[in-house]
Write a protein of this length. Structure first.
Length: 130
């Protein structure tokens, strides 16, 4: 089983068993147009590695910047658009109903370390080859 992937190896979706995990799927998205993401019985998270992304859902719209995250609950439809962005897409089964949430990266290490989301972000960026 492989535990470290180069960027080009993540362009094809990795299933949990590829990653040594039980539930989490992952895929790198190099976005130069618009795509639609539709979750069914899974929740997802987009992390911006490069560029800016415009997103819209039925209840929210906005702009994601470097290191921002977008939480996408189950049974959701999201449109995302960019001219030159790189994203990581994480997905796992869920039975929780929630709403789309834009989680902004604040850029201040002391502020980020004070919340769980920031700790997760720091762990993600410590293991990725950008």
């Amino acid at each position: 089983m492989k535990y470290h992937y180069k960027p080009h190896e993540l362009l094809k979706r990795k299933i949990p068993s590829d990653l040594g995990l039980e539930y989490t799927f992952v895929q790198r998205i190099e976005l130069d147009n618009s795509i639609r993401i539709e979750t069914k019985s899974e929740e997802a998270c987009l992390v911006v590695l490069k560029g800016e992304v415009i997103f819209s859902s039925s209840n929210q719209a906005g702009r994601l910047r470097f290191k921002d995250m977008l939480y996408i609950p189950r049974n959701s439809k999201i449109s995302i658009t960019s001219k030159n962005a790189i994203l990581m897409y994480y997905e796992a089964p869920s039975n929780i109903d929630s709403s789309v949430t834009h989680i902004k990266f604040l850029g201040n290490q002391k502020t980020i370390q004070s919340d769980m989301c920031g700790i997760l972000l720091m762990k993600i960026f410590n293991v990725l080859d950008l």
